[in-house]
Design a protein around this ligand. Structure first.
Ligand SMILES: [Zn+2]
Length: 322
């Protein structure tokens, strides 16, 4: 179903993104080690935790009326896009359910459309419904989880997710992203408001950064802050558009960088939340870069031990670039 969303040929956020990931997982002999989880169309009451009712009606109507886009030409629609977007959020909620009920140890959601730019009342940057933000509220209300860490390593700032939890001290939103760049937000001075001050962490990165630069942020900024926050669950906004081949970005990450970033988040999850991670696809527009990076990420999730040795910050250099 996720392959059916979209309209014009040539839009970077196309169905071939998922096909190439699936082919790579098969080629890397990972597909057979995965349990597939079928998505559901998530009930609108959950979507409304993050998005205005009026906006959802506008989106649904635009699709039913055959509009080719909403709010901006970036956000192309087909008649089924509303239902597909509800299924993307529903893929995440089903993955959360599977992890919380012990059917899988963690999950990667190969969903379209992506979500992290979607605002309460506005589609942005190929995103319509904020899959990760809806997932946070689903976790909290369905499973009595209180504290959730969201790690957003997409090339772009996750403005929609930041906005959803900007005054919420129960959700630590950690984003590193090319800056200044689309969507314009994500300055280091954006740290939250009211009771949420300190629970938004933005690490703007100038173009040209490499694996070692990202890993240093993961070691020096993310790890200590995340351990201090003590999350009960981790969601990853896993974009792969910081890959060196990506046509939209100017970062120089490789699949090995994504592998090591994944290992660090796994170590935090093992230490703090029984390894509970649901990772959700966001961007990534070079087909080979996307596929090989997503595959390294999934392999790391597969191979994460269930009963890890305790995380030892003193030995963290084993995950750093040497
Ligand atoms: Zn992106």
């Amino acid at each position: 179903m996720y392959l059916e969303h979209g309209w014009k040929d040539g839009h970077p956020e196309g169905p071939e993104r998922l096909n190439t990931i699936m082919e790579q997982l098969e080629g890397d002999k990972l597909l057979g080690r995965l349990k597939r989880i079928a998505p559901v169309e998530l009930e609108r009451k959950w979507i409304e935790k993050i998005h205005d009712d009026d906006y959802l009606t506008e989106l649904k109507t635009a699709c039913l009326n055959g509009s080719s886009y909403i709010h901006s030409l970036d956000n192309q629609l087909c008649p089924a896009s509303y239902s597909i977007a509800l299924h993307a959020a529903g893929g995440v909620s089903e993955a959360i359910k599977a992890v919380m009920e012990g059917h899988v140890k963690n999950a990667f959601c190969a969903v379209r459309p992506p979500g992290h730019h979607a605002m309460r009342n506005r589609a942005m940057g190929f995103c319509f419904i904020n899959n990760v933000a809806v997932g946070v509220r689903f976790l909290q209300e369905q499973y009595n989880i209180e504290k959730v860490l969201v790690v957003d390593w997409d090339l772009h700032h996750g403005n929609g997710t930041q906005a959803a939890f900007y005054n919420d001290p129960d959700v630590l939103f950690f984003s590193l992203h090319q800056f200044p760049f689309y969507p314009g937000s994500g300055h280091a001075s954006e740290t939250g408001e009211g009771p949420g001050v300190g629970f938004t962490v933005n690490v703007p990165m100038s173009p040209g950064k490499e694996d070692a630069d990202y890993l240093q942020v993961f070691e020096d900024c993310l790890t200590p802050r995340a351990l201090e926050f003590d999350p009960e669950f981790i969601l990853i906004s896993a974009g792969f558009d910081a890959h060196e081949k990506d046509p939209l970005g100017r970062m120089n990450l490789t699949r090995e960088g994504f592998r090591k970033m994944s290992q660090i988040v796994c170590a935090i999850a093992q230490e703090k939340c029984k390894g509970r991670i649901v990772s959700v696809l966001e961007g990534g527009y070079d087909m080979q870069g996307l596929a090989e990076s997503a595959s390294a990420h999934v392999q790391t999730l597969i191979e994460m031990p269930l009963d890890p040795p305790h995380f030892n910050p003193e030995s963290s250099e084993k995950t750093a670039v040497s």
